[in-house]
Design a protein. Structure first.
Length: 523
């Protein structure tokens, strides 16, 4: 069975890591026949260099540099320059080797590809390379100062983003130190030391002192895979015109180099802008989602029913639908809220509201009524007689049933742990009964009286009944407040209703509790 080019390329990459140079080259040849991957080109260049195929290693390193520049990948561009430096050192071109090493370090330190690297300042009138070990130490110190200021600038931007995220209680990740990058930087600096020490030992007019390399090699007119069967073969598949040394070809190569530098700089700037804007996405999304959750909700309950009034105007009665689930109610489409700048399309996630319920309901018994100002939803409790401490929370968009506990991290400022306890906790009735607090032979579950006392204390802390009705009245709409006043007054305090449609039909009669007889008061 034939191997795919992708599989061959990956196996060739693994062979290079295991230092199986001769085995890696055919595999990488097959992989590169269908892809111009810079990583595979660098691996094949290393394999050729280890086998002393220096010409082919240099070609692959230059191809890797051009491919990485096309992709805007700074790290691979730095690796390709470093690979060129190694090959030039093996060829005895020490000046070219140090230039490539300097470009590699510059890219790794965050300098743009189009920035002045200072290489031309170290070339004298005779074309000899005048850089020395002492100059290298001075240049590295200057680059550290510039790079340090650049890091401080980016750190200030990051701190501002983190501060904004903290204000909105959003989690953030602290950037980790890239030890691989630090090790690569030290390795390149050590390599420059070796090259410059060897360069100082060369005679004054040695060809190895001449700088003939450019930061980006010119793209050849025709380029195919080189022959990998033998060693330093003179037959090459790279078609290079014999007029390469002419003035016109040099000008053309210079124009291509400038265009390539501009393109690489543009890609680097775009990548930096994308990285800086990545932190802004999450807070803006959360902020808009919180703005959407601005609808007022009122509720009341009986022993077996629970009613929620969702206040929203201009609802299309014909298109509006409500879906009932065990722990949620999904309804839509809803008109845009006041804080939404543009109209919402029907059936988009923003036009649907999901009400996550505190307790379970019977989905088949749910009903709803649409009025000009609200939607009233009536549900049957799954456990009749159970008192809900509150109704739940609204989430904009769809929520898959059964995944309510992983919907969102924060809801209107409540921490995640508190939300899970308030929203999703099934209550004491659904909690498994643990072992009795003392030895017993009874088959029935033993009540934990200490827990019951704690529950009673917690209920006492919530306030008296008057405080509850004050909160209920304060959070009601004017229509509901009018219904509450009418029903409470006309029934002599024995009935309380928030439904004005029922109350306005006539006088509300007295409905005393069971076991109590209503009598007129005689003066």
């Amino acid at each position: 069975m034939s191997m795919s080019s992708t599989t061959a390329g990956q196996q060739g990459l693994e062979a290079v890591r295991n230092k199986k140079w001769e085995e890696a080259i055919p595999l990488l040849d097959k992989g590169l026949s269908a892809s111009n991957s810079p990583l595979w080109l660098l691996a094949r260049s290393e394999a050729h260099c280890q086998l002393k195929h220096y010409d082919q290693a240099l070609v692959d390193a230059e191809r890797a540099l051009l491919a990485a520049a096309d992709r805007g990948n700074r790290q691979l561009m730095s690796d390709a320059e470093y690979r060129r430096s190694i090959v030039y050192q093996r060829l005895g071109r020490l000046a070219d080797s140090d230039c490539c090493a300097r470009w590699s370090i510059s890219l790794m330190q965050g300098f743009k590809a189009s920035e002045d690297d200072g290489v031309t300042k170290d070339i004298d009138e005779a074309g000899n390379y005048t850089a020395t070990y002492d100059k290298m130490v001075t240049q590295i110190a200057q680059q550290k100062t510039y790079a340090g200021k650049k890091r401080e600038h980016h750190q200030a931007i990051y701190d501002n983003k983190v501060r904004a995220m903290r204000e909105q209680d959003e989690p953030f990740l602290k950037p980790k130190r890239d030890k691989a990058t630090e090790n690569g930087m030290e390795r390149r600096k050590s390599w420059r030391c070796l090259v410059l020490r060897a360069l100082e030992k060369l005679p004054e007019n040695d060809p190895g002192r001449k700088v003939t390399v450019t930061k980006f090699p010119s793209k050849p007119a025709t380029q195919t895979l080189p022959d990998t069967a033998g060693g330093d073969s003179e037959d090459s598949d790279i078609d290079v015109s014999e007029s390469k040394d002419s003035d016109e070809s040099k000008k053309e190569a210079r124009r291509k180099l400038e265009a390539l530098c501009k393109e690489a700089a543009f890609r680097e700037a775009a990548a930096e802008r994308k990285q800086e804007q990545a932190i802004e996405v999450a807070p803006q999304q959360v902020h808009s989602n919180q703005e959407l959750q601005a609808t007022r909700v009122a509720y009341y309950q009986t022993n077996d029913k629970f009613s929620i009034s969702f206040f929203c105007k201009n609802i299309d009665k014909n298109a509006f639908q409500v879906g009932f689930f065990e722990r949620q109610v999904r309804m839509g489409p809803l008109p845009p809220r006041k804080s939404v700048p543009s109209p919402l399309e029907v059936n988009t996630p923003e036009s649907v509201s999901t009400l996550l319920l505190k307790e379970k309901i019977v989905p088949s018994s749910g009903t709803f009524t649409v009025t000009p100002s609200k939607v009233e939803i009536v549900m049957q409790k799954a456990t009749p007689g159970e008192k809900w401490s509150w109704w739940g929370w609204e989430v904009i968009g769809f929520v898959e049933p059964g995944t309510e506990h992983i919907v969102c991290r924060h809801l209107n400022g409540y921490p995640q742990d508190d939300i899970i306890k308030r929203l999703l906790h099934e209550g004491s009735k659904s909690e498994p009964i643990g072992p009795p607090p003392y030895p017993t032979s009874s088959k029935r579950a033993v009540k934990d009286w200490e827990k019951i006392v704690l529950d009673e204390d917690a209920e006492a802390d919530e306030g008296d009944i008057n405080g509850f009705f004050k909160k209920l009245y304060a959070g009601a709409s004017p229509e509901q407040q009018r219904a509450m006043m009418k029903s409470f007054t006309e029934s002599n305090g024995t009935a309380l209703s928030m439904n004005w449609d029922d109350v306005q039909k006539g006088k509300v009669g007295m409905s005393p509790p069971d076991g109590v007889e209503a009598k007129k008061w005689d003066a």
